[in-house]
Ligand binder design. Structure first.
Ligand code: UDP
Ligand code: MN
Length: 284
């Protein structure tokens, strides 16, 4: 394989942060060579699980999600889609490329959308222990109200990864919408915190996803017993986890963008973008 050698004195980009102080890469377009990465991953013959929840009316998002994933997500790799739903018959039958399969899994429903969102942690924890561990090497856990819009490949994979929230890169620490109630298990004081991570995109190897989801679910249950729910639900607990169990890789907002934020200059690609929704109609 022929490619230009990296130059120790010439960073490929100077307009963004490419590395955290704990030496986790932040994945931006132009900072990696996908051919080199893919060759390395192919030597390991890896299997990737992509999990989404489509509970109640959110089944409407599944078709676009899978169709666009077929076009852009881990093309050429072994992919299992895990779609958790309470409306199994709403999930369309779709033709998938070779090496890819779709598993529709029954999941419980809850009345409040916050509860639906938070309970994802419990279900992912249970499946990580019972099933994912036999079927895949890496898990990518995302929101379903999304569509892939550009390539997402093995550059995202790492033992434990999170994603920069598109509404909160580069803002001062005190602006981060962490949980600020000291009684909550998700509490982060004003003078702590690295990044604000999005609840709708995290992953890693199965063992690490087990530990992460297990922590978040237990913390939510402990809060529930005290009648507390963190400000941004599962996202708040995820941010707490990542503060003390730092991600080994971080995805830039290219991997989770919302077009309502416009298109800033540093954003060379919008790989995975939100599908606009009418919150009141779809959540109730
Ligand atoms: N969700 C669902 N059904 C619901 C509410 C939420 O399936 O009634 C799932 C779905 O996967 C969704 C995720 O929980 O993407 C997070 O909720 P939402 O996308 O509404 O949160 P937002 O991204 O708007 O903060
Ligand atoms: Mn969402």
């Amino acid at each position: 394989m022929l490619y230009e050698k990296p130059d120790a004195l010439k960073p490929p980009r100077t307009d963004i942060l490419m590395m955290t102080p704990w030496f986790a890469p932040i994945v931006w377009n132009g900072t990696y060579n996908i051919d080199v990465l893919t060759a390395q991953f192919q030597q390991r013959d890896l299997r990737i699980g992509l999990t989404v929840f489509a509970i109640k009316k959110y089944t409407v998002f599944v078709q676009t999600f899978i169709e666009t994933a077929e076009k852009y997500f881990m093309v050429g790799h072994k992919v299992t889609y895990y779609v958790f739903t309470d409306r199994v018959s709403d999930i369309p039958i779709m033709e998938l490329a070779e090496g890819r399969r779709l598993m529709v899994l029954r999941a419980p429903t809850y009345q409040r959308w916050q509860e639906v969102s938070m309970r994802r942690m419990e279900i992912l924890r249970d499946y990580s222990r019972q099933r994912f561990t036999d079927e895949v090497d890496y898990l990518v856990c995302v929101d379903v109200d999304m569509r892939f819009n550009d390539e997402v490949g093995v550059e995202i994979l790492s033992d434990r990864f999170g994603t920069l929230h598109p509404g909160m890169y580069g803002v001062p620490r005190k602006i981060y919408t962490y949980e600020r109630n000291p009684q909550s298990e998700a509490f982060i004081p004003l003078d702590e915190g690295d990044f604000y991570y999005a609840g709708g995109y995290f992953g890693g190897n199965v063992e690490e996803v087990y530990k992460l989801t297990s922590f978040c679910h237990n913390a939510m249950m402990a809060d529930k017993a005290k009648n507390i729910e963190a400000i941004w639900h599962d996202e708040s607990y995820l941010n707490k986890y990542f503060l003390y169990h730092k991600p080994t890789k971080i995805l830039s907002p290219e991997y989770l963008w919302d077009d309502s934020f416009g298109i800033p200059k540093f954003l060379k690609r919008r790989r995975f973008v939100t599908v606009p929704k009418k919150h009141n109609e779809i959540r109730n």
